[in-house]
Design a protein around this ligand. Structure first.
Ligand code: MN
Length: 328
């Protein structure tokens, strides 16, 4: 069967016809992943369908209290047979779905993918990929057509996705559609204050000391101060008990340094697996191409990659070369 690109009405139809739906998002879920997936689960259940949410890990502490629906972190691939639709949200490539559960993607899988990443590979049987600040904006639109009135727990979750993916309405992706969606959700009593407080205004003292030490000891400014490379030693993560799955805003600390155009933050996610988070400040010098050159992806202004057996010194040099190449 050929994979097909669909519009929002077809996505609504597919969900309307389904009774038992498995909802997934990418591994190491961020605010938009959790918000769109848990929000859709809540909305689908409110519409009389049975939806089950699967997350590969317990959500980061700052998001945990907003996940008002049950979820599972384990799944045996054969269990998928029991679902008549699989909904995958906020996930750009099949690499990020199959691995955590050992699910093999094949044509028989009734997989509906809903996403906003421009580099989405359209791996689903049905693919709704739209330009949007957050997948949660698209999920909200689907949910509205499905249930009419969005339940308040779903409203908070969709708002969590919008607020985090737009950096609290500060990133370049902030557009009228996401602001309108947010306004509508706040009218439905979504917990905007709670989200802002948890995501932006609450930092443990350890986290702040960690940032201070990174700034004083681990920041390497190159190319006349335009490129910031931050290599985080594993010992520092251990010293301050930092949960690296919950680093919302960390890379932005370095991006806000005056004169910096590009930030690369490097750390080991697991032994031997180097994670690189990239942020751009100048739209003329996007970081998407840098991430893709390492086999990663994301957005043009915010991207990342995982490098097996990556050597931080060599990777930093590669990034510097790519950055300088951009400036010729
Ligand atoms: Mn997203």
């Amino acid at each position: 069967m050929k994979n097909s690109r669909i519009d929002i009405d077809r996505a609504v139809e597919l969900l309307r016809d389904a009774r038992h739906i498995a909802v997934f998002t990418h591994e190491n879920p961020d605010g938009d992943a959790i918000g769109s997936a848990a929000g859709m689960t809540a909305a689908l259940n409110a519409s009389g369908r049975k939806a089950e949410l699967f997350l590969t890990a317990i959500p980061p502490e700052s998001y945990r209290r907003f996940v008002g629906v049950a979820y599972r972190t384990e799944l045996a691939p054969e269990e998928l047979i029991g679902f008549d639709l699989i909904l995958q949200l906020d996930t750009a490539t099949e690499k990020r779905i199959a691995a955590p559960y050992g699910v093999k993607l094949d044509d028989t899988l009734p997989l509906l993918a809903v996403d906003h990443h421009p580099d989405n590979t359209e791996y689903g049987r049905w693919n709704l990929v739209a330009e949007s600040a957050a997948t949660s904006v698209i999920a909200l639109e689907i949910a509205e057509k499905l249930v009419g009135t969005i339940p308040v727990e779903a409203a908070t979750l969709f708002l969590l996705g919008i607020v985090t993916d737009s950096g609290g309405f500060r990133f370049d992706n902030t557009d009228p559609a996401c602001l309108r969606a947010a306004a509508g959700l706040i009218e439905l009593n979504a917990d905007y204050r709670g989200i802002v407080d948890a995501v932006f205004f609450t930092r443990s003292l350890d986290r702040l000391k960690f940032e201070a030490e990174l700034l004083s000891d681990c920041l390497d400014l190159r190319c006349g101060g335009k490129l910031a490379i931050v290599t985080i030693p594993p010992a520092l993560i251990a010293k301050y008990h930092i949960d690296m799955s919950s680093t919302e805003g960390l890379v932005d600390v370095f991006r806000s340094i005056k004169g910096v155009e590009t930030v690369a933050m490097l750390y080991y996610r697991n032994v031997g697996l180097l994670k690189v988070s990239l942020r751009a400040r100048n739209p003329l010098r996007p970081v998407g191409p840098i991430a893709r050159s390492f086999g990663g992806g994301g957005h043009e202004m915010a991207a990342g990659c995982l490098i097996e057996n990556g050597d931080p010194i060599a990777v930093a040099k590669n990034i510097t070369d790519l950055f300088e190449g951009n400036h010729k």
